[in-house]
Structures are given as structure tokens and as C-alpha cells.
Design a protein around this ligand. Structure first.
Ligand code: 5GP
Length: 204
């Protein structure tokens, strides 16, 4: 039986660049872990595609999934639901492949409670002024939404203490490199490789 894969959780405040960092990580084309596409009730932004950026669903569909135990975690974020469909994650981990989630902090804490051996990485902004700049510069949300997101971000940064690693997003490529080294080191943890050796020892 394949050794179960490792679950990697990237989160951090809105606007810190999680999506950009995640895309850069996967666009490199040589990733040896799988991205879990989230489900959301928010409307697609320009250029976003269903089944690629998110699974875009109605509030009723999302609530049905919650009721039927189909979400590994979910959160209401600025008036919309976001969550991780559980079946894809379990099937991929069972096949021995590592799975990467990019989610906000409340969802990450649910994963922490349910999957204690997952790896939790917190992406931090160099500072809050820079964060506001990025949200405004993105031009995708109006000022009311931006202000709501910033207020939320201040609270979210305090959540860093619940994570295993802090990665500053000063430059996207630097952040990507740091995340890759975390994943590579985590794979070498004795608790993760020990089952292989136990099997070998048992066969002696
Ligand atoms: P956006 O609307 O900018 O795409 O995402 C808003 C927030 O929701 C971001 O912080 C993003 O990381 C988070 N998010 C995306 N997918 C998920 C998910 O599956 N679960 C949770 N809890 N948060 C998510």
C-alpha cells in the first residue's frame, strides 16, 4: 500500500499574495504535489474559470455539501463561502501524493484540528501599508470590500502563532523558494519516513 501523502496548508491574510505565490509555485511545472481546487459561492472575477481557479457554486449547493460532510473545511469570508472538497484530498493523499491547500486562517484551523500531521505555512506581508497597496492595486474590489479585508487581515496576522512556518512574501520567487524548502525538509521528518523503515525492519 502506498504511504499516505502529506497535506500542506498555505494561508495568511487576504491580499498577502497567497494566490500569486501558489500560481507561481505550480506554473513552474515541476511540482511534485497536487493543488486542491477550492469551492466558493463568490462570483468569478474576470479571467477566472470554473474548475481551474475555483468550483463556482450557488449558496444552496455549498450548504448541501456542508450538510453531506463533503467539505474538509470551510469558512464564510467577506459574505461568501469558501471550502475544500474532501473527496479529492482524501483520494490524492491515499494514492501517496502530497496535497497543497491555499486557504484562509479559519479554514486552516479546522484542518489543524482534523489533520494534526499536516504542515502549516503562514504567508506574511512585509507590512500593512504594502498590503493595502496590493488590495487597491489589484483593482478587483471596491473600497468598502478593501477596508473590510484590511480589518480582517490585522486580526489574521495574529493567527501566525498557530502555524509551523512563517514565510515573508517580499518577492514572489523568494516566497516560492522558501515554501519549496519547507516541503522538502518536511518530507525528511523521521515521523514521516519511519513507516518505510518499520516495514523494512519487519521484513528482516
Ligand atoms: P479570493 O476571493 O480573493 O479568491 O479569496 C478570499 C480568501 O479565501 C483568500 O484568503 C483565500 O485564500 C481564501 N480561500 C480560498 N479557497 C479557500 C478554501 O477552500 N477554504 C478557505 N477556508 N479559504 C479559502
Amino acid at each position: 500500500m502506498a504511504k499516505r501523502g502529506m497535506l500542506i496548508v498555505l494561508s495568511g491574510p487576504s491580499g498577502v499574495g497567497k494566490g500569486t505565490v501558489r500560481k507561481a509555485l505550480f506554473d513552474a511545472g515541476d511540482t511534485d504535489f497536487q493543488y486542491s481546487i477550492s469551492m466558493t459561492t463568490r462570483k468569478p472575477r474576470d479571467g477566472e474559470k470554473d474548475g481551474i481557479d475555483y468550483f463556482f457554486v450557488s449558496k444552496e449547493q455549498f450548504e448541501d455539501n456542508i450538510q453531506n460532510g463533503k467539505m474538509l473545511e470551510y469558512a464564510k469570508y467577506v459574505d461568501n463561502y469558501y471550502g475544500t472538497p474532501i473527496d479529492y484530498v482524501n483520494a490524492t493523499l491515499d494514492s501517496g501524493k502530497d496535497v497543497f491547500l491555499e486557504i484562509e486562517v479559519n479554514g486552516a484551523m479546522q484542518v489543524r484540528a482534523n489533520c494534526p500531521d499536516a504542515v502549516f505555512v503562514f504567508l506574511t506581508p512585509p507590512d500593512l501599508v504594502e498590503l493595502k497597496h496590493r488590495l487597491v492595486g489589484r483593482g478587483t474590489d471596491d473600497m468598502e470590500v478593501i477596508n473590510k479585508r484590511i480589518k480582517k487581515a490585522v486580526g489574521e496576522i495574529g493567527m501566525m502563532r498557530n502555524y509551523d512556518y512563517a514565510v515573508v512574501n517580499d518577492e514572489v520567487q523568494n516566497a516560492v523558494d522558501r515554501i519549496r524548502s519547507i516541503i522538502n525538509s518536511e518530507r525528511l521528518r523521521v515521523t514521516r519516513v519511519m513507516p518505510d523503515y518499520e516495514q523494512m525492519l519487519g521484513e528482516d
